[in-house]
Design a protein. Structure first.
Length: 227
């Protein structure tokens, strides 16, 4: 996996294995092998093609259609860095702040207006992906021994047809596109879990998952043919 670019970074990314969980603290979290195997199957049976075009800026009456230079793809593995730029102090939501900063969930058909906020600029890193949330969830899942898989979609990086403007400008333009594509992979992965419950031939894989034999279950899932 190479440096994330908009040409392929709107590809949803199942959780890579290595994280800088907090400033000054490094933790290693591995995605569940069984869930990764299901996600790999899901990536070949998405409910719809990953979106390549979106309205920019989202929710604006004057938005124009912008298309990425290359078709998004699903990428597995790599190294991700996750940290807390706010120093354990959550940013407060704002009444009427829209989809990003607002306190209310927007109605599905509504077009929300994004307001300015204090965001940290991108940093220089050798990691494949940089984001803020998944390591915290992975840590809690690991502490409780809950199988874990993250699906991420990039919204900034090189290859932007409007120029390499960096974060947060690219994020505000492409967050809806990224969320849509990540949602498609998540939906397909959940559908694969449903297959395990319905398909009699998957009974052995279900038993292995129930016994926490993740690697053996992953091999059985990967070896299965057909829908």
């Amino acid at each position: 996996m190479t440096e994330p670019r908009l040409s392929d970074a709107d590809a949803p990314l199942p959780l890579p294995p290595t994280y800088d969980a907090k400033p000054g603290r490094t933790g290693t979290f591995h995605p569940n092998a069984g869930l990764v195997a299901l996600a790999r199957r899901a990536a070949t049976a998405l409910p719809e093609p990953l979106e390549q075009c979106t309205l920019v800026p989202p929710g604006s009456a004057g938005a124009e259609v912008v298309c990425l230079l290359f078709a998004p793809v699903v990428i597995f593995g790599g190294q991700a860095v996750s940290f807390d730029p706010f120093g354990d102090t959550p940013a407060a939501c704002r009444a009427g702040g829209g989809e990003i900063f607002g306190c209310e969930l927007p109605a599905p058909p509504a077009l929300a207006t994004i307001v300015d906020g204090t965001l940290h600029p991108r940093t220089i890193t050798t990691a494949d992906v940089e984001y803020m949330e998944s390591a915290a969830v992975a840590r809690v899942a690991a502490e409780r021994r809950v199988p874990f898989l993250a699906v991420r979609a990039g919204s900034d990086g090189n290859g932007d047809p409007r120029g390499d403007r960096g974060f947060p400008a690219q994020f505000f333009d492409y967050y809806r596109l990224a969320a849509h594509n990540a949602g498609d992979v998540t939906r397909a992965s959940v559908a694969e879990l449903g297959w395990l419950a319905r398909d009699g031939s998957a009974r052995r894989a279900c038993h292995l998952l129930a016994r926490h034999r993740w690697a053996r279950a992953a091999k059985r899932i990967a070896a299965r043919r057909g829908p």
